[in-house]
Ligand binder design. Structure first.
Ligand code: IMO
Ligand code: MG
Length: 427
């Protein structure tokens, strides 16, 4: 048992929700450790579709406590809508706990997100406009509002007296946008306070107890390693730490308790938003994979950029997160390919590189080195075990293991997840 950290190994949208949902079956706690409602995933259970932005998908298991952890920034309005939709779809939210330490997205954050992006012009990042970057910036500046502030509205008001003029100055003087009034924000957040009160708690005792008693605790990451503020393709990243180190900080759990770090990877690569993407396919093949893989964002509906599996990114993600187990998703999207390619390295000005370099202008202009493997040319959608996969698909998976440097323990096709083997029986 113990703590399982589940992280995205690429640029997000790897299928983490599905993997967490599977792992959550026997979990006491599922904790969302970072990010905000820039994340999105869909889980289908018994024909019913559930959409998640902030609530951990473990909520569909009635015995599992689901925590929105201290590393998250949440928009109360979005969270309340999500809670209402989940309750309507038949989910029981009694076991949802929101950390008092999580930060809140304030009404000016999404507005500033949009204005800052517009001001960047051609250098814009392609954010989700959810206000995530501005909210994390305020957290770091120590002018953020925390969920616990909802339980002490006089404190929230006092803080607004200081913070709101700073924000309005930027809105009005820099962007010529309308200001916010303290009264409207107070009225709005007072209402959120009463509606969220039943969920707000300090998760510290229950998380520590679950860890001490050896129960399974899952840390559900959002986004992916290449969107990590430090480790990703800065500045084309999100504003949190989706890597395993960030997961622990965002949960308040020490590394000693981690028994496995699962990296979720798509069998190819996608990215939403701008920034370097060495294996991108900007041709008909990319178009084909986007349609076959339904690569359109859950949160924003944007078309995702699509490319081949990037080995240097995978081995980097394995290294920086300490991934010891890979979950490979959407393998069946490649079923009809005549050949499949895996990027095994990069060439930059004749020089070979085996991992993504920090300098993004280098990363933008390098040449991926590909290895070509024969496609398997038949459907894997009906496969229910590793042995059911055609030999050439098994060979593709084996090559990914070699290139990434970690074992593929779980493979999923669109409809189901296949257990190839669980290396650790305790899972
Ligand atoms: P899940 O959890 C994919 C991307 C945005 C943009 C960059 C910064 O579903 O994997 P932000 O709004 O965070 O400031 O945008 O990060 N991004 C994601 N891409 N999946 C996600 O989440 C993402 N969350 C943010 O597209 O490029
Ligand atoms: Mg997503």
């Amino acid at each position: 048992m113990g703590v399982i950290v589940c992280v995205g190994g690429q640029w997000g949208d790897e299928g983490k929700g599905k993997v967490v949902d599977l792992l959550a079956e026997s979990a006491r706690v599922v904790l969302r450790s970072q990010g905000g409602n820039n994340a999105g995933h869909t889980v289908v259970v018994d024909g019913r579709t559930f959409k998640f932005n902030l609530v951990p998908s473990g909520i569909l298991h009635p015995e599992t406590v689901c925590v929105i952890g201290n590393g998250v920034v949440l928009d109360p309005k979005v969270l309340l809508a999500e809670i209402a939709a989940l309750e309507e779809a038949g989910a029981d939210l009694r076991n949802l706990v929101i950390s008092e330490r999580a930060h809140m997205i304030m009404p000016y954050h999404p507005v500033l997100d949009r204005l800052e992006e517009a001001a960047r012009g051609d250098d814009r990042l392609g954010t989700t406009y959810r206000g995530v970057g501005p909210a994390y910036s305020d957290k770091v500046r120590r002018i953020g509002f925390r969920v616990g502030d909802l339980q002490k509205l006089s404190f929230l008001e006092k803080k607004l007296n200081f913070v709101l003029p700073l924000k309005n100055d930027i809105l009005v003087k820099l962007y010529e946008a309308p200001p916010f009034t303290k009264e409207e924000i107070l009225a709005e957040y007072t209402e959120y306070a009463s509606r969220l009160d039943r969920f707000i708690k300090d998760p510290y005792p229950l998380v520590q107890l679950a860890v001490a008693q050896g129960h399974r605790v899952i840390l559900e990451g959002a986004q992916g390693t290449m969107l990590d503020l430090d480790l990703g393709t800065y500045p084309y990243v999100t504003s949190s730490y989706p890597s395993s180190g960030g997961a622990l900080a965002g949960a308040g759990i020490g590394p000693r308790h981690v028994t496995a770090t699962v990296g979720v990877f798509k069998a190819y690569t996608t990215r939403v938003g701008y920034g370097p993407f060495p294996t991108e396919l900007e041709d008909e093949l990319g178009e084909y994979l986007r349609e076959r893989g339904a690569e359109y964002g859950t949160t924003t509906g944007r078309a995702r950029r699509v490319g081949w599996f990037d080995g240097p990114v995978a081995s980097y993600a394995v290294g920086v997160n300490g991934i010891d187990s890979i979950a490979l998703t959407k393998l069946d999207v490649l079923d009809e390919m005549e050949v499949v390619r895996i990027c095994t390295g990069y060439l930059s000005k004749g020089e070979a590189h085996d991992h993504p370099m920090a300098n993004i202008s280098h990363l933008k202009h390098l040449e991926p080195v590909y290895e070509e493997l024969p496609g398997w040319g038949c459907s894997t959608r009906e496969a229910r075990s590793f042995a059911d996969l055609p030999e050439l698909a098994q060979r593709y998976v084996a090559r990914i293991e070699e290139v990434a440097g970690a074992c593929v323990d779980l493979i999923s096709v669109v409809a189901v997840s296949l257990k190839k083997k669980w290396r650790r029986q305790a899972w």
